[in-house]
Design a protein around this ligand. Structure first.
Ligand SMILES: NC(=O)CC[C@H](N)C(=O)O
Length: 442
């Protein structure tokens, strides 16, 4: 059995094992697929095998081979490319609850992975319907070919409603996704892969997806007909610690007039402060915050003492919570979608947010001097915190969206306003969230 702890793979990038050879232990599955003339039996070319022995069969798309991960579901109706390239999905297999994925094809712009050499972190995707020909002016490629080029395995023809209901009832299972175009599967090696996957708890995956080199980022938001802008004369300098950062976060910082220096996850407080930043950003990222916290927490603690404004998103939020003395724990079904209501406890307002996390900060573990600022209205879990009297705050959700609503973009203004305060500059107005929690009561 090969060790999985650091996601080392003997078979190259993104967990695609060589295609199985036909042999006495290989298995050829049949699967019923809907066609215009009724149901037809055809050879299954892909499998999704869950840890409890559940076996789902369908049609393979994308890369050939097999890969293990934790199976979650994402309820976003758009943005499949951004989801499949979000490094926070390392070690996971994403089930899309929206049945038609691939309709708008794939392009080179809607990519969230900064580190192109690492491709994306996701181990596979599970879809309901077959991929149709793309219908969108931005489409440069069919999703199937794009998945193959990025070494992501996919399966179509799965009853994703049933799979989602099951994840809601029994939690996110470990699983293996396998794609074999000739329909023969090397069962022993697929099962061995499943058994070797230890689950996400205890896994530090940030080091798998972080940048190897420090780099500078100046790309800003996308404009219709113009593409991505560039910050011409940055007013501020932010250092972002990259635990698996999404590009759109860096663009949102650039939109605020910041030049961003991105440093590896293992950078020390001294490395960060050597860049003389006006503010420090802690990025999103994959894996268990407690595992990444072993090296990230001492750095964050030292940085908090430096007195610079600090903002964290998702994994960055969880790591800040740990650095402040709180704890994190694994969630039952996690939050992955683009329509999650969050209440800002400081204003009473509700924002509709983009979410992607399987761990959460335990609100009751936050010490005095730390305020819980936001909660999820789906399950009451912690969604934000701030440090009393200091320019330090973080949120569990994704204000950069990509995909998702932009209600929470104001948080980037809030962060840069803290920088402006320190520099004695006039503040910018925060764009308020759209929906008020009190509106329904009026
Ligand atoms: N998007 C993220 O940063 C995810 C954080 C963490 N890996 C979790 O699953 O909770």
């Amino acid at each position: 059995m090969r060790p999985y702890g650091v996601l080392t793979r003997s078979y190259g990038l993104r967990g695609t094992a060589p295609a199985p050879r036909r042999g006495p232990q290989s298995y050829r599955a049949q699967f019923w697929r809907p066609t215009v003339t009724g149901w037809q039996q055809s050879p299954a070319t892909a499998l999704l095998l869950l840890a409890d022995g559940t076996r789902l069969e369908g049609q393979g798309i994308g890369a050939v081979g097999h890969a293990a991960g934790e199976v979650c579901f994402n309820t976003a109706m758009t943005g499949y490319q951004e989801i499949l390239t979000d490094p926070s999905y390392a070690g996971q297999i994403v089930t899309f609850t929206f049945p038609h994925i691939g309709n708008v094809g794939a392009n080179d712009e809607d990519i969230e992975t900064v580190n192109m050499a690492a491709l994306s972190g996701v181990r596979g995707c599970v879809l309901r319907a077959d991929i149709t020909n793309p219908s969108n002016y931005r489409a440069a490629q069919k999703l199937d070919a794009w998945l193959k080029a990025r070494n992501i395995i996919g399966i179509t023809g799965i009853d994703t409603r049933a799979l989602t209901a099951r994840i809601r009832e029994s939690g996110m299972p470990n699983g293996v996704i396998a794609h074999s175009p000739d329909g023969y599967f090397d069962e022993p090696s697929i099962k061995a892969e499943l058994n070797a996957f230890p689950g996400l708890e205890g896994l530090d995956l940030a080091q798998e997806v972080t940048t190897a080199q420090t780099y500078h980022w100046d790309q800003a938001g996308w404009k219709w007909g113009e593409g991505y802008a560039t910050v011409a004369n940055p007013e501020f300098h932010i250092v972002a610690i990259d635990y698996g950062a999404k590009r759109n976060i860096l663009r949102c910082l650039a939109d605020q007039g910041a030049k961003v220096t991105v440093v590896p996850a293992t950078a020390s407080a001294k490395d960060v402060l050597a860049h003389n930043p006006d503010g420090i950003f802690l990025s999103n990222g994959p894996g268990d915050p407690a595992a990444t916290g072993k090296y990230a927490v001492p750095t964050i603690k030292a940085l908090m003492d430096a007195g610079k404004p600090m903002f964290g998103i998702c994994l960055g939020h969880q790591l800040l919570g740990l650095a402040l003395g709180g704890t994190t724990s694994k969630m039952h079904q996690g939050h992955h979608g683009a329509n999650h209501p969050v209440k800002d406890l400081t204003t009473g307002k509700v924002e509709i947010t983009s979410m992607n996390h399987g761990f959460a900060v335990d609100a009751q573990s936050l010490p005095s001097g730390v305020t819980q600022t936001h909660v999820s209205l789906f399950d009451g879990s912690n969604a934000g915190l701030s440090v009393d009297g200091k320019p330090i705050f973080s949120v569990q959700y994704h204000p950069e969206a990509s995909p998702g609503p932009r209600d929470s973009h104001y948080l980037f203004t809030r962060f840069l306003n803290q920088v402006r305060t320190q520099k004695g500059m006039p503040l910018k107005p925060e764009t308020p969230p759209i929906v008020s929690a009190d509106a329904s009561a009026e």
